[in-house]
Design a protein around this ligand. Structure first.
Ligand code: COA
Length: 161
């Protein structure tokens, strides 16, 4: 597959394309307002990555790096990536675009946390993610899944030397 993952720029064209995605919400609206109010520059980098098929944005995800001090998901706490809003447009699903975005996120070599929508959990498990099993009650209404680089579950820091 020739299509590649690109970091998306914040501009009116990108924001218009985002309207095709079901998970269009406050984050996109506030990016639009910031652009209109000149609070951010046209073509600044966004937290979104996507795949174009020809001229059309057909898949996207949002990726944020979270500092270890805010980590509630990994033991010991570590810097990780939060992946959300992964979505492939109908008509372009099951062609490997979802996998390509997830593999791009994995290539940073950091643990990843995502929040699966009900029906997409089997996809995430296929991508090597596993449900967070501890302290579930703090995440009511969420369905967090995590992935560890190299399948290493607990990266113990050897501080007891
Ligand atoms: N459940 C189980 N496996 C799934 C799946 C799903 N919903 N979607 C894809 N897969 C599998 C594919 O069969 C493929 O397996 P293979 O490598 O053995 O052939 C692998 O996961 C990678 O698939 P890919 O083509 O990269 O998936 P995609 O580009 O369609 O992206 C989603 C997957 C879920 C992100 C995308 O389909 C999407 O945004 N869907 C709309 C919203 C949603 O959550 N739908 C869930 C189904 S109703």
């Amino acid at each position: 597959m020739a299509e590649k993952v690109e970091r998306l720029k914040i501009n009116y064209k990108t924001l218009e394309e985002f309207k095709q995605f079901k998970e269009y919400g406050l984050q996109e609206l506030s990016m639009l307002e910031d652009l209109q109010a000149n609070m951010i520059e046209n073509d600044s980098d966004s937290p979104f990555y996507g795949i174009y098929f020809g001229d059309k944005l057909v898949a996207r995800m949002s990726l944020y790096q979270r500092d270890a001090k805010y980590d509630r998901y990994f033991d010991p706490p570590q810097t990780y990536l939060e992946l959300w809003k992964l979505e492939v447009l109908p008509g372009y699903q099951n062609r490997g675009f979802g996998r390509k975005l997830v593999e791009f996120a994995k290539s940073f070599g950091l643990p990843i946390k995502t929040n699966a929508r009900v029906k997409s959990q089997p996809f995430w498990e296929k991508m090597g993610f596993e449900p967070v099993t501890y302290d579930m009650d703090r995440d009511l209404g969420e369905n967090p899944l995590v992935w560890y680089p190299n399948g290493v579950k607990e990266q113990k820091v050897s501080s007891d030397a």
